[in-house]
Structure formats: structure tokens, C-alpha cells
Design a protein around this ligand. Structure first.
Ligand code: NCD
Length: 305
């Protein structure tokens, strides 16, 4: 049950919650596709606090709240808020929670959303905390896999790119460890999955690590590509050594199963070539589209009756 609860980590959402959210997302999607909105959350206010760049996540949260009949107040540029005067996160959160019913926060520091949830007397949703987690992206990623391939169980999921700093990866692997899937992790040595994520998962027997895609691409059902995140590197020489490590192009996709799918949380830089966008396996724009119905479902479960 998510009623009045914060979602800071994907572990805050259990498998019953997930199944319920998938069903509710289907119904929210039907509402959107009929061109409609609802007034389920009329009179409710969402505060969105984005201390890091975002396009999809912020817009889809705000669109979701509007489609639920609620309204949104936002700080998208911290330079224009009192943060620029030196206000602490704790004080900003205390204020935001006195002006709203739910807070969505993105912050460059790992643990910031957890901290925010301690100071807020409203539910807090983590929209990405540094290299930590991005639980709502994971809910929409799982929804996309289920919708676009029929099921999550039984699949071979290959994740490629920045597994070290990628918060979408951390949340997704933790969630997938509860399903019957095989996971291939493909990255340069210095961008391997952090040990603490393995510790959370426990059983690592269904996860294998590789340096390149060649030996796993033909067996893959879901290829989950991520951006190498320049902004997370403290040593720019390290970044230079891995830039452009992977590129998904038409030639690589021709080696994939016909019914495999390619996902990416976006934004992409050069890790998926534009020619792939037209291929049937490409689902990353569809995935981004599902962000609205999935976030409608989540916000409604937290704030609704
Ligand atoms: C991701 C993020 O911010 O973690 N994007 C997103 O939310 N869709 C991935 C990224 O920035 O590379």
C-alpha cells in the first residue's frame, strides 16, 4: 500500500504495489489516449524541486499531475530560489511541504531524497538522487518491458553503459532481481556495477559481466542502453578514457532477435545512432511516453482515496 507513503528507493514499492501500478497505468493510458483527463486529485498540489537538469522526468510528473486534475508549483532553476541565498535543503523542504500535498525532488547528492523525506510532513518522491536511485524511472521501465514484450519473467536483459553512476540502472537491477530474468552487464572496467548494489540483490548467480556486446547481443530480449554521464566523473581523464565506448547502430541491431526491444531512459548522446530510431526494436520514445500514465498511477495511489 502506497497511500501517503514516500517513494525514495525502488525497495519502497513491493511486488503487489508494482502489479497494481501496472494495471492502473493501463487505465490511465486509456484515459490519455481518449484525449481525456480526470479530476481524481482536484485540489491537490504537487511541488517539484529540481536541483539537476531534467526534461522528461519533470515534464511527465507535471503532465501527470495536471491530467489527474491537480496543480503544480515548481522550482526548476535553483538559482532563482532561496537555495541561491544559502538556504539548506531541510528548510526548503519544510517550506515546500507546507505549500503542497506531495513533493517530487531531484538532487545531485545521493541520499538527498531520503533526507528530504525526513524533513517533509508530506510524501516525497525521489526523481533521481545523484548516482543513487531513480525509482519512478524503474516503474516505467518495468511497465514498458511488460507491455512491449508481453512479460518480464523469462527474459534476458542486457544493460550497457554507465553501470557505476547510473541511478536508473541501480534501481532497475534491484527491481529485476525479484523476477525470473537473466541479466548481462556490459561496461568498461571502471564503470562496473557498484558492490553495494550487488549486496542489496544478494543472489548474483543470474548476473554476468562483459566488456562488450558481441557475445550477448544475439540472445538479448531487452537491450537497456544508458548514457555515460560526464557530470558524474570527478576525474575528466577517466571520462575521456570511456567516452564513446558503445554505439548501438543498424549493424548491431541486425544481429538482435526480431522481437527484441531497445530501451534507454534518455537523454542519449551518441550511444544509439539515429538510424536505429526507425527500426522496429527501438522503444525508447514509447518508454518515455509511458512516463505520464505510470506517474499518474503512482501519484494517485499515494494521494488518492
Ligand atoms: C536519467 C537520469 O536523469 O537519471 N534520465 C531520466 O531521468 N530519464 C538518465 C541520464 O541522465 O542519463
Amino acid at each position: 500500500m502506497l497511500k501517503n507513503r514516500s517513494v525514495v528507493s525502488i525497495e519502497d514499492v513491493d511486488s503487489d504495489d508494482l502489479n497494481d501500478l501496472f494495471d492502473l497505468s493501463d487505465s490511465m493510458l486509456r484515459t490519455i489516449e481518449k484525449g481525456g483527463s480526470t479530476d481524481l486529485l482536484r485540489n491537490k498540489i504537487m511541488a517539484t524541486l529540481f536541483y539537476e537538469p531534467s526534461t522528461r522526468t519533470r515534464l511527465s510528473f507535471e503532465s501527470a499531475m495536471h491530467r489527474l486534475g491537480g496543480s503544480v508549483i515548481t522550482v526548476s532553476d535553483v538559482k532563482t530560489s532561496s537555495v541561491a541565498k544559502g538556504e539548506t535543503l531541510a528548510d526548503t523542504i519544510r517550506m515546500a511541504s507546507s505549500y503542497s500535498d506531495i513533493i517530487v525532488i531531484r538532487h545531485p547528492l545521493e541520499g538527498a531524497a531520503r533526507l528530504a523525506s525526513k524533513f517533509a510532513n508530506r510524501p516525497v518522491i525521489n526523481a533521481g538522487d545523484g548516482s543513487g536511485q531513480h525509482p519512478t524511472q524503474t516503474i516505467l521501465d518495468l511497465y514498458t518491458m511488460r507491455k512491449e514484450t508481453g512479460s518480464i519473467d523469462g527474459k534476458v536483459v542486457t544493460m550497457v553503459g554507465d553501470l557505476r553512476y547510473g541511478r536508473t540502472i541501480h534501481s532497475l537491477i534491484i527491481a529485476l532481481s525479484k523476477y525470473d530474468v537473466k541479466i548481462n552487464l556490459v561496461s568498461p572496467q571502471i564503470l562496473r556495477l557498484p558492490e553495494y548494489v550487488y549486496t542489496k540483490i544478494g543472489d548474483r548467480s543470474r548476473i554476468k559481466e562483459y566488456d562488450d556486446l558481441s557475445s550477448v547481443i544475439a540472445d538479448t530480449d531487452v537491450l537497456y542502453v544508458t548514457r555515460i554521464q560526464k557530470e558524474r566523473f570527478t576525474d575528466q581523464n577517466e571520462y575521456q578514457s570511456v567516452i564513446g565506448s558503445y554505439s548501438v547502430d543498424g549493424d548491431l541491431v541486425s544481429k538482435m532477435k526480431k522481437d527484441a526491444i531497445i530501451m534507454h531512459p534518455l537523454p542519449r548522446v551518441d550511444e544509439i545512432r539515429p538510424e536505429v530510431d526507425e527500426l522496429p526494436q527501438a522503444r525508447y520514445f514509447k518508454q518515455a511516453y509511458y512516463g505520464v500514465p505510470v506517474r499518474m498511477a503512482l501519484i494517485y495511489r499515494i494521494l488518492g482515496d
